[in-house]
Design a protein around this ligand. Structure first.
Ligand code: GLP
Length: 261
């Protein structure tokens, strides 16, 4: 068994982490700026849709993928046979709230690109555990995610999986760290209005996607990128879990790549 397979098996079975995909197996592309990052990511998603029109796409929110979604709209990407699942949603924020991830997706993707189907955790659900199970089952029933788009938080979080999240974690309710609340405060009138909890796919859920594309732009992401490429594979920096996956495209701009050799 290859060390990667071994690592994956160990990972899914228990919480020991160790031998893994060396960093150089990540397909790293460094481009000039945000625009080029969005262009390169757009090409990857369009290629996926050409290869498999009924792809299951995993999508992200945040500032990072906005340019990618614009490219998909400009190129009139055909999602008429595709399904989309989102990484996460704020908990206890009404779906109608302008800052809900549902509204973000409605504006950038659902309304303009009209995928055949879409799903996003229901942050208004009174039965959170049931909702998390429903979400995992829906992903499985759709055949699993073919291509997962990811951004990364300043502290290395993916989805809303904050530092110290188990790599085997599944979709669940989580508490957001202070840095994450502060980063997301820009979208609300005051930091106190940022929801303190969210429902997120787990790292285990994310690692089951067949292909992953991680996007990062700007100097605030440089440290997380450095950890991804050279740091220890450890739950203290969730994005390092991607080194356990065989097919990850990392597309970053020069500013985010500033600490890479
Ligand atoms: C949020 C999202 C993440 C996203 C991160 C970075 O916390 N849950 O999926 O990657 O923010 O956001 P941005 O792309 O705005 O830097």
């Amino acid at each position: 068994m290859s060390s990667l397979k071994q690592a994956n098996r160990t990972q899914r079975g228990s919480l020991q982490i160790h031998e893994a995909n060396p960093a150089n197996k990540l397909h790293l592309t460094v481009v000039e700026d945000y625009e080029q990052m969005s262009q390169a990511a757009g090409q990857l998603v369009l290629h996926q849709l050409t290869q498999r029109p009924d792809s299951v796409l995993g999508l992200a929110t945040g500032g990072t993928p906005v340019g990618l979604y614009r490219k998909l709209r400009e190129e009139k990407a055909d999602l008429s046979q595709a399904m989309t699942f989102n990484l996460d949603e704020y908990y206890a924020l009404p779906r109608q709230h302008p800052q809900s991830f549902y509204q973000f997706m409605k504006g950038h993707v659902y309304d303009p690109l009209m995928p055949l189907g879409y799903d996003i955790p229901n942050g208004e659900s009174a039965e959170v555990e049931q909702e998390c199970t429903r979400y995992e089952t829906a992903i499985r029933d759709a055949g699993g995610i073919d291509l997962q788009v990811l951004g990364v938080g300043r502290n290395g979080h993916i989805g809303f999986n904050e530092p110290e999240t188990a790599f085997s974690s599944r979709t669940r309710l989580v508490a957001l760290k202070r840095e994450t609340l502060e980063d997301n405060a820009q979208f609300f009138d005051h930091v106190s209005e940022v929801p303190k909890q969210a429902i997120t796919m787990g790292i285990g859920t994310i690692l089951e996607a067949r292909t992953i594309v991680l996007l990062a732009s700007g100097p605030a992401k440089a440290e997380a990128l450095y950890q991804l490429m050279y740091g220890d594979i450890s739950p203290s920096v969730p994005v390092t879990a991607l080194r356990l996956h065989p097919t990850v495209h990392v597309i970053v701009d020069k500013a985010a790549a500033a600490l890479l050799k």
